[in-house]
Design a protein around this ligand. Sequence first.
Ligand code: AMP
Length: 365
Amino acid sequence: MRIGIIGAGQLGRMLALAGYPLGLRFTFLDPNPDACGAQVGECIVGAYDDPAKLRELADNVDVLSFEFENVPVETLTAITRRRPMYPPVTALAASQDRLTEKTLFRKLGIPTPDFHAVDSLEDLQAAVAELGAPGILKTRRLGYDGRGQYRIRTVSDVIPAWQQLGGVPLIYEAFVPFTREVSIIGARSSKGETAIYPLTENTHQNGVLHLSKAPYKNAKLQTQAEKYLKKLFRHFDYAGVLTIEFFVLRGQLIANEMAPRVHNSGHWTIEGAETSQFENHVRAICGLPLGSTAVRGHAAMLNFVGQIPEQAAALKQTGLHLHHYGKEARPGRKLGHATIVADTIQTRDRSVKKMLTLLTKARSR
Ligand code: AMP
C-alpha cells in the first residue's frame, strides 16, 4: 500500500519511518525539494494548492493524508473524489479557523476559553469590555507556535494590538490562568477502533513546545480528555491521529486547540509507548488494527529549536534517543528532539536536567 502525504516536514518523515516496517510506501508533496521528508521517501515537488500536482499525488497512491494544517481545503476536497483522505477534510477545515474550532468545542460541550470574534477595532473594544483583560488577541487563521498573537494586559493595549494584527479576521480570548498545559493524543481507525495515549504534560517557550512529559497521571482528567476526544472522533467520523491541547484550571480541562494529525507533544511515543503515534496514524488510515498505547516507563521529549546539542555528550545518557530531522539549522526552526525513557520519574527528570544543560551550552556556542 502506498500513502501520499501532503507536506514533507518532520512529521511526514517520522510517519514514513514508522510505516516502512509495515511494508508501507510513501510519496510526499512539498514545494521544497530539500524538505526533510524527501530524504526518506519519494517527493513530488509542487505547491500544496496546485491541482495538477495534487492529482499526480492522488493517482500514485492508495490513500492520502496531510502532515500540517495550512493546506487549502478547497483543493483537498477536490482530490478526495480520486482517493480517500484521512483525517477527514472537515476536521482540517475546523482546525484552520480558531473561531470555527472554538464554536465547535462549545457545541459539543467541550469547555474552551471565553471568546469573541473580532473584525474591527470596535469589535475588539467590545470584546475587551465583555471578557475583560488580560486576554489574547489571535489571528483566526495561519497562527501556530504562538505566532499571530498579541497579549492584551490592560485596555491601553487595545490600540497597539489592533495596529499589529488588525486587517485579518481575529479572535479575542479570555486569558486562562492555567496551572499546567496537557494534551491528549489518540487514533481512530477507518474501521472505528480507537486507541488513546495517556495525557502528556507540556511546557512552552515563546509559544513553542519545549518539553513534554508522559504519562501525566490524573485519572479524572484522563477520563475527561478521552470523552472530549471521542466526541470529536464521532463528530467528524474521524480516521487517523487527533490531538487536543488543554489548559488545566482548578482541576478541569479547557480546550485550547485541536490538531488533526500527529503532534509534537506525542513524539515521546516513538520510544515511550508500545506503538508510536506515527505508526498508529498509518495503521488507522490504512484500516489496520491499532497498536497498544501502553507506556514503556516514564518518558520526556525535549525539542531542539534553532540548535542541536552536542551529539556525543547527549548519546552518553542511558535511555536517551536522538531524532535529527535532517534540516539546516536556522533560528527558531525545529531541528530535532530527544526522547528520554526511564523506569522512574526521578531518573527521567535527572536525565532531562542533563539534557537541558547540553541545550543551554549549544545555545551559547
Ligand atoms: P496557541 O497558538 O493557541 O497554541 O498558543 C500558544 C501558547 O500560548 C499556548 O500553549 C499557551 O501557553 C498560550 N495561550 C494561548 N491561548 C491562551 C489563553 N487563552 N490563555 C492563556 N494562555 C494562552
